[in-house]
Design a protein around this ligand. Structure first.
Ligand SMILES: Cc1cc2nc3c(=O)[nH]c(=O)nc-3n(C[C@H](O)[C@H](O)[C@H](O)COP(=O)(O)O)c2cc1C
Ligand SMILES: [Fe+2]
Ligand SMILES: [Fe+2]
Length: 418
């Protein structure tokens, strides 16, 4: 081969590689191609509620056997991109079925755009998903409702449906592909974690588990009892799971059951040897109380992990993850207009929704004249299922050295009560 020919063949290889890279799909094996969207830009999810510092992905999968199935779609802002890239992967008319594991807009958001082209394609989903999808899109699409154990033959392989009610919506479902033994788990086992690496064995494990835990703590923790029961039910089904493909984040292919085992631990009143101190302050009195309480705790038990978060500055989603890990929390606020600071009201509202179990708590705060805040906080924590272990600590104005010593004592007594 002379040098011209050599250069030509390198060009062909280069162009082919670029074309492959441009095509949307990532082949997971001979049957399954990932056709989702990696969203590196996403920083807030569920409106402004959930922070996604590492972005996310909306995973959709194309399963090709004698029949071809699309499992889930992507979030609405990417619907046109999704459909046009899907066309590069397959002639849309070749899609025999759609599976909608969950009606939430991050997975159903491209259905309207897709069904404009293939309007009669049957959509397999739960009865509750018909309600949630119709409730959002107001379209009479060709729904086929399924229940746990129902099967859909694809030729040599079949899909087995598993209802996952309240994990995390009434409509949630997982789909198992026989032959390849892949569980398409939708939101369960997901993470808001953008990565081009696709698979759990190729990413930083600390990042991965931090995101998986944050996701569980913020989205699934309220349903831990149901999650525990469901995990037991799935294990009784004896599915030979080889890969878990969630609808967000990376795919679990290396020892996929590790995340199932981890979920079993998280669902069972999980806690670490950690105390989280959450506070907000106007003039630093409550912050100085928080720091002295932490000092008292650390002096008494150097092994316990103590973390402090000023909720005026900290990220609520991350803090919910920290509360999830904690065996106890302390919540402090100065009194403002007979109440608590708004960031504390907000995080207490989130904590209340999480239905955490088996955790202890206490309240504190600085005040000027009426000093209601510790009482308000303690009452809310009790309503949220925490065992409040004392009457709380309030300090008039900005604490002096002696008052800070009292705060340390408060920390020592708190840890003694755990
Ligand atoms: C706008 C505002 C409203 C306040 N309302 C109350 C109140 O209703 N009851 C009270 O005891 N103290 C009230 N205070 C006083 C603070 O609680 C007091 O200054 C406290 O030491 C502040 O603690 P911090 O330094 O942690 O912000 C108020 C202070 C401000 C600035
Ligand atoms: Fe969801
Ligand atoms: Fe989702």
């Amino acid at each position: 081969m002379d040098s011209d020919e050599n250069e030509y063949s390198w060009k062909v290889i280069f162009v082919t590689m670029c074309w492959e890279a441009f095509k949307m799909g990532v082949k997971l094996n001979d049957t399954v191609t990932w056709v989702g969207k990696i969203d590196w830009e996403l920083r807030k999810f569920h409106g402004e509620e959930y922070s996604t510092q590492r972005g996310s992905s909306y995973n959709a999968y194309l399963v090709r056997d004698e029949k071809t199935v699309l499992i889930d779609t992507v979030w609405a802002p990417y619907d046109q991109e999704f459909v046009s890239k899907l066309k590069q992967e397959i002639d849309l008319k070749e899609i025999d079925y759609i599976v909608a594991n969950h009606g939430e807009v991050d997975h159903s958001g491209s259905l309207a755009e897709l069904l404009r082209e293939i309007p009669d394609t049957p959509i397999y989903c739960t009865q509750n998903a018909v309600k949630s999808i119709k409730g959002q899109y107001h379209q009479d699409w060709n729904f086929k409702t399924v229940k746990t154990g129902d099967k859909l033959s694809l030729g040599s392989k079949e899909l087995v449906f598993i209802e996952m009610a309240m994990l995390h919506w009434p409509d949630s479902m997982a789909t198992f592909l026989t032959g390849d033994n892949i569980l398409f788990s939708n939101d369960a086992f997901g993470q808001h974690y953008a990565s081009e690496m696709m698979y759990n064995d190729l990413v930083d494990q600390a990042e991965l588990y931090q995101e998986a835990l944050k996701y569980y703590a913020n989205i699934l923790a309220p349903f831990s009892k149901l999650a525990d029961n469901k995990l037991k039910e799935i294990s009784r089904m004896n599915l030979p799971i080889k890969m878990i493909c969630p609808s967000h984040g990376i795919i679990w292919r290396d020892n996929p059951l590790q995340i199932v085992e981890t979920y079993s631990k998280w669902a069972d009143n999980y806690q670490e040897n950690q105390i989280t101190i959450i506070y907000d302050t106007m003039w630093n009195g409550t912050r100085r109380m928080a720091e002295s309480i932490a000092e008292g705790i650390r002096q008494t038990d150097p092994a316990v992990v103590v973390k402090l978060y000023n909720m005026g500055k900290a990220d609520n989603t991350a803090v919910i993850g920290e509360v999830f890990k904690s065996k106890a929390i302390l919540v402090g606020s100065s009194t403002i207009n007979k109440g608590v600071l708004s960031s504390i009201a907000a995080i207490l509202e989130e904590i209340h929704g999480m239905s955490f179990k088996n955790k202890k708590a206490a309240a504190f705060g600085s005040y000027g004249w009426s000093g209601e805040s510790p009482k308000i906080i303690a009452a809310r924590l009790t309503e949220s299922g925490f065992t409040v272990v004392n009457d709380g600590l309030k300090m008039l104005w900005n604490p002096d050295e002696q008052a800070l010593e009292e705060c340390k004592d408060f920390g020592r007594e708190f840890i003694a009560k755990l």
